[in-house]
Design a protein around this ligand. Sequence first.
Ligand SMILES: O=C(O)[C@@H](CO)OP(=O)(O)O
Length: 275
Amino acid sequence: MIGTFFNRFSKNLHSISKYNFTSNPEAKYKIVLLRHGESVWNKENRFTGWKDVQLSPKGIEEARSAGKTLKQNGYEFDVVYTSVLTRAIMTYNNLADELGCHHLPVIKHWRLNERHYGALQGLNKTETAEKHGEEQVKIWRRSYSTPPPALELDDERFPGHDKRYKHLPIQALPRTEALSDCVARVIPFWYDQIVPSVLAGKNVLVVAHGNSLRSIVKHVDNVSEQDIIGINIPTSVPLIYEFDANFKPIRNYYLADPEELKKKQEAVQNQGKKK
Ligand SMILES: O=C(O)[C@@H](CO)OP(=O)(O)O
């Protein structure tokens, strides 16, 4: 399947210039992961989680730009997986305008949703850092197994009140999630649906969220609980994963200029800081 992609790969992990790809003869499969573009709540620096917010005008531009980058680099897809949240679906729709791929099957699944942010959903991250301290906010944002405070079931933010989850029993729906909980619900979908598509030779695009994608990265690369804290996924920059014939990950890299990428990753990291 690799032959259908533009066959230039990068030498280094994580910060590859799109001007410096070299091919890897070991790579048999590739998959493209994409975080949605900036949402209106990213712009307002609010904890978002499962709250269904739109893309900001900048987020729409970012999604289009990702589509252009993929097109320039010769990417074509056979199937797309998104969450059931509007910001991921809007990102795909805008990207598809550029790539000319609105005809593709799009599988939308709640398991790709953002990590549920519990009672923090809606709060401003900077104000929360001023009230509870940057360290506490870092724990809530990035620790592997400490979840934010949970919602009560009668809280309107509990997903059981949202019609898109009516087919699910209350026990399957989160009141809050640590990254470990997010991993536990994303990875079954990864193995049940996404990986079989890739192994069947399909070119797969996954459009999801900062923390649902960190869950995939953590699992695929076997990242430690300590190291995953430092991994921040920027909005709408294609992240390419290459696998060998045994589906062992060989390398990953962003289709982005390394300096631009670094700025975008730092911006995500700094969202939980005081003014
Ligand atoms: O608010 C959220 O849902 C996520 C992603 O936008 O933010 P964070 O990077 O703080 O986990």
